[in-house]
Ligand binder design. Sequence first.
Ligand code: SAM
Ligand code: SF4
Ligand code: SF4
Length: 342
Amino acid sequence: MAAYPVTDTLGRPLRDLRISVTDRCNFRCVYCMPKEVFGRDFVFMPKDQLLTFEEITRLASIAMAHGVRKIRLTGGEPLLRKDIESLIQMLAALRTPEGERPDLALTTNGTVLAQKARALKAAGLDRVTVSLDSLDDTIFQAMNDVAYPVAKVLHALDAAEEAGLGPVKVNMVVKRGLNDHDILAMARHFRGTPFILRFIEFMDVGSSNGWKMDQVVPSEEVLSRINDVFPVEPLEPNYRGETSQRWKYADGSGEIGVISSVTRAFCSGCTRARLSADGKLFTCLFATTGQDLRALLRGGATDAELADALAALWGARTDRYSELRSASTPPRKKIEMSYIGG
Ligand code: SAM
Ligand code: SF4
Ligand code: SF4
């Protein structure tokens, strides 16, 4: 067996595993699963192609032996996967070689969070991140494109906090001309609350969201708009490779973050691997192909063989798409975020 933990060709260790548990979603966010592409005729993965909870747990356990300490469940909408609490329970029972449990988080659109928050916490989930792109119902409903109201997401946020799934983070993808006029309203709303609001630059993931550079609102601009009204100061990162740059309000009314995937690439500290719901492992959000671990699992591979395959894949990793991205980057067929997991 290869020596663990593994590092890639740029010396980056494997620390985080994002697991997509389904490619389905009850939203059709215009920047992620636009209706024109993900319409009635769209064919999602058949059930028998999804990794079972046992298969996911087995791979997660091997990834932890390689260095993974944080696991995030995502999708699609992860809370739509039936009995997700059981998977959380199985993952929470895993231990690192030092005997520690993994840090378990989940990203959700919040639609079924209020009813599940307590059960998720009881199963062993540590934290949730909830996506909310606007406080303006007209804009939010147009962005999720299924007329889902803001009030229900706000209710889910409270339920998650009460259930002990905090600090709850709130993700706002900012798209120029669509919801950028809402930046200040969002900042004002979440100031002085336990929620940590994070502004995400609209990214060119997948091939269906019609991304253009001029639709990106650079984090610097977001910060300057907020700083003009509510002065902010930088905070130290929580750990190496943190995607979000942290800021605090100078008057002590809380923390915000910016995720500058486009204007300030963080590939040099990128320690994330992504596992799709059908068992392909991707070493970059912008990868075009993934390694089919399900074929190995279902082909009878031993743990040692799976461990070697993962070590070989990570050891050969050269990815740094965002650092290399430029206007001259030729368009290529990329994997959709709802498939690979955000
Ligand atoms: N359905 C869940 C949700 O929306 O929270 C989890 C999956 S979603 C793909 C994960 C995160 O990716 C969300 O916060 C979403 O806003 C973000 N996202 C999706 N498409 C994006 C894009 N093109 N640019 C930036 N962020 C994006
Ligand atoms: Fe669904 Fe999340 Fe994508 Fe929106 S961002 S369509 S909620 S997977
Ligand atoms: Fe990591 Fe790829 Fe994103 Fe760079 S572009 S930060 S390597 S996922």
